[in-house]
Design a protein around this ligand. Sequence first.
Ligand code: DNO
Length: 353
Amino acid sequence: MQMSFRWFGKEDPVPLSYIRQIPNVKYIVSAIYDIPVGEVWPVDRIMALKKTIEQAGFKLNVIESVPIHEDIKLGLPTRDKYIDNYKQTIHNLGKAGIPRICYNFMPIFDWTRSSVDYKLEDGSTALMYDDEKIRQIDPLKGDFSLPGWDTSYKKEELADLFNQYHQIDKENLWENLEYFIREIIPVAEEENIKMAIHPDDPPWDIFGLPRIITNLDNLKRFLSLYDSPNNGICMCSGSLAEDKNNNFPEMLREILKEGKVNFVHLRNIKLMDGRSFKESGHLSENGSIDFYQVMKILSDFNYEGPVRPDHGRMIWGEQGRPGYGLYDRALGAAYLNGLWEAVRKEQKERTFS
Ligand code: DNO
């Protein structure tokens, strides 16, 4: 298992030198953030990022994310140009020796929450999703903005995108995803890069926009679009477990069985009434996910790929990027390291007894 940590580049308030002091973290997950969606990532920019990370004593093991242009998701005639650019970016990442890419296929919005500073019982703050609040929002009205929203869209552009998405349904989105996957996976195979699609967060439709990477059936359907070890999934515990009907450890086992887990995000959430949830510390008893089970399953399958502690709370007065402070993610890493050591040793003892 490659214990990794997400770093948002030189703008990140958490420096690489601090991350270096977290036990067992040897890998960095990062991206180039200032290239507009749909444009090619030049090799020299990728090499520069890689060099910065390596000079700090890490390996760059995952690019999260190379985002996908909306024209591809919408299946517009202009998509081929953006798909060609995406392929070129995969080639360029391949030239730089990057082994994995994470991406998502969520229309317009990536992860969505109603609050980034919800106060937990212990005085820390965390991200939270209040279903009622989200339902009351019309993204096209007022100056409303939510964490995780792409603020680069102007209102008119957003309205235009919504209109276009209203012309397509879930099956169309599947067709557009299949078209994309069939084009890019052969390039990923050629470059020896493992692709990992991130599940939708939350895993249901929001603001009337279709979402399809949401449950086990859909993960399996996704894998059947193109059967290749390079076409895999980023098993994100928090995103998938937000739906009460998703049993994350079981889903993980199923996808591991198929050999298609290309990346793992580990964070805990506490389910609340209805479809609401709050994010919690990683410890199993603080949330709704049993991380002992999760680590045991990863160990049973001898998972050797990357994992990263995902969103943490804000603790000890830290100010920073919501979900991505240093302290609680470091606690998460330490906890996961402890569980991992235990499950690996238990497994060895079982094998030799
Ligand atoms: C949120 C992240 C997501 C993820 C993308 C992958 O914290 O897990 O933004 O990076 O969905 O493309």
